[in-house]
Ligand binder design. Structure first.
Ligand SMILES: [Zn+2]
Length: 478
């Protein structure tokens, strides 16, 4: 008898606890969210996030690891991301899944495997009166942002994607540049089209295309495209390589988007923000550069959190990723991670490659001076002990630079010298971090949600369910 009473009391307590937990997730109003933030860390999975948290702690000399803002959200879930082509997806198919809620073939943007055009969450938002904004720190017609307005089976059809953008309802778009036809594989069906020509196309459509962040933020009653470069297909630098005076950053562009959207919408807004450079650095297997980009994403999320504080009960913040890049692992060596060694890295692999190429061009054949660069930029020899075998490998790469210049490590977006690729590999190895791929893997991707309707995202098992859940919360359907 006593046992039965105990059980009943226990059940009541558990139920009360569960309902209290759910209530805690809900905010005062149960209405649909008026402001929706949809953050996508391109190529970001659990290890990129945890690695960043460990790296931040090492940098501050702390033994305690503090979680990033979004990894403390009440909803912390994980989803599958495979495409119809393969268990490993690309940014086009995964972007389509995140924008339209439909699985498609790799390289497809906003179309199903048969080529039929798909409705996107941006379409649903604008039909319901939300103003739509898209921000990225790569090209505005790169795969991820394109999935919210474009329709093509070829993600490298950059000019046609700009035509799709012009025809769309996207009120505010921001990014590093407009990708030209040279930035993808050359396809004879597309005429070579430069960034400047595509910029002209946008301007001719009556859209305010500007390089001025302030002008973009303050614009009224017209569509805005904000880019860092409108003449050349040039990207903003990695966060780690910043000189400190950069105006065109993911954070500044997100700030401008929020200011513009808040003023230019009555019903509320839907804002997608992509940290796209994270995928670039993970393709290069550069851990520290990747961690700096994850921190940049967290800084952009900070803006959404500050906004939510001013609009309680009206804001939904979703943070996720399209796929994992690089197969990064934390700790391969004898139960140990030595994050402190990574704090010696001062520039990206790419920046170090550029420096080395410049020295080669100047005819510099002094190994000691190359060693000096690897030491200053990556901490080799000065902080990281380099073994005899490792130095022999680097020296071999150094001779190759002069003997058979040409072959380089292709990290999809950036090419690196074998010398810097191996140097960064040595640094990561000593820190006990390793990579399994120069491309993507099929790992789970994370999903963090906070705010109005957040608890609904506990049910998501695949990334296609994320935009469908957002659409339902907005009062629409995908
Ligand atoms: Zn990628």
């Amino acid at each position: 008898m006593k046992k039965r009473i105990f059980n009943v009391v226990l059940i009541i307590l558990v139920l009360a606890g569960v309902s209290f937990g759910v209530a805690a997730l809900r905010t005062e109003h149960s209405d649909k969210p008026k402001y929706i933030f949809y953050f996508i860390g391109d190529g970001m999975s659990f290890n990129h996030i945890l690695g960043t948290e460990q790296y931040n702690a090492a940098k501050e000399g702390k033994s305690e690891v503090e979680r990033l803002n979004f990894s403390k959200f009440p909803v912390r879930n994980f989803v599958t991301n495979y495409s119809t082509s393969n268990l490993v997806t690309d940014s086009a198919a995964a972007g389509t899944a995140l924008a339209s809620g439909v699985k498609t073939a790799n390289a497809s943007i906003g179309v199903d495997p048969e080529g039929n055009h798909l409705r996107t969450i941006a379409d649903v938002a604008s039909e319901l009166g939300y103003a739509v904004g898209l921000v990225t720190n790569v090209g505005i017609n790169h795969a991820t942002p394109s999935c919210f307005y474009g329709h093509t089976a070829d993600r490298f059809g950059f000019p046609s994607l700009i035509d799709d953008y012009i025809a769309s309802d996207v009120a505010f778009i921001a990014g590093s540049t407009i990708m030209d036809m040279k930035s993808g594989p050359q396809d004879p069906k597309y005429k070579p089209t430069s960034t400047a020509e595509l910029a002209e196309r946008i301007r001719n459509a009556g859209i305010l295309l500007t390089l001025d962040v302030e002008e973009a933020a303050k614009a009224e009653g017209k569509r805005v495209a904000l880019v860092a470069h409108d003449k050349k297909n040039e990207h903003v630098p990695y966060v780690i390589d910043r000189k400190g005076d950069e105006v065109h950053t993911l954070v500044n562009h997100t700030k401008a988007a929020i200011e513009y959207l808040e003023r230019n919408s009555k019903e509320g807004f839907f804002l997608m923000v992509e940290e796209g450079k994270l995928d670039y650095s993970a393709h290069e297997q550069d851990a520290v550069t990747t961690f700096h980009e994850v921190n940049e994403l967290a800084r952009a999320v900070d803006l959404a959190l500050a906004f939510a504080e001013k609009h309680p009960g009206e804001t939904l913040i979703v943070v996720t990723s399209d796929h994992e890049t690089g197969g990064m692992s934390l700790g391969w060596d004898h139960y140990e991670i030595r994050m402190n060694l990574l704090t010696a890295q001062k520039t990206s692999t790419l920046q170090t490659t550029k420096k080395i190429q410049q020295m080669r061009k100047e005819g510099n054949r002094n190994w000691e001076e190359y060693k000096q660069v690897l030491s200053e930029n990556l901490g080799l020899w000065s902080v990281v002990p380099v073994t005899k075998e490792e130095e022999a490998l680097l020296r071999h790469d150094f001779y190759d630079i002069f003997l058979k210049y040409g072959p380089m490590v292709d990290g999809l977006y950036n090419k690196n010298e074998f010398l810097t690729y191996h140097a960064i590999h040595i640094l990561n190895k000593h820190a006990s971090i390793d990579w399994t791929s120069l491309y993507h893997t099929g790992m789970y991707t994370p999903l963090f949600v906070e705010g109005e309707g957040a608890e609904k995202f506990f049910e998501c098992r695949d990334q296609t369910e994320i935009p469908k859940t957002i659409a339902r919360l907005m009062g629409g359907e995908l």
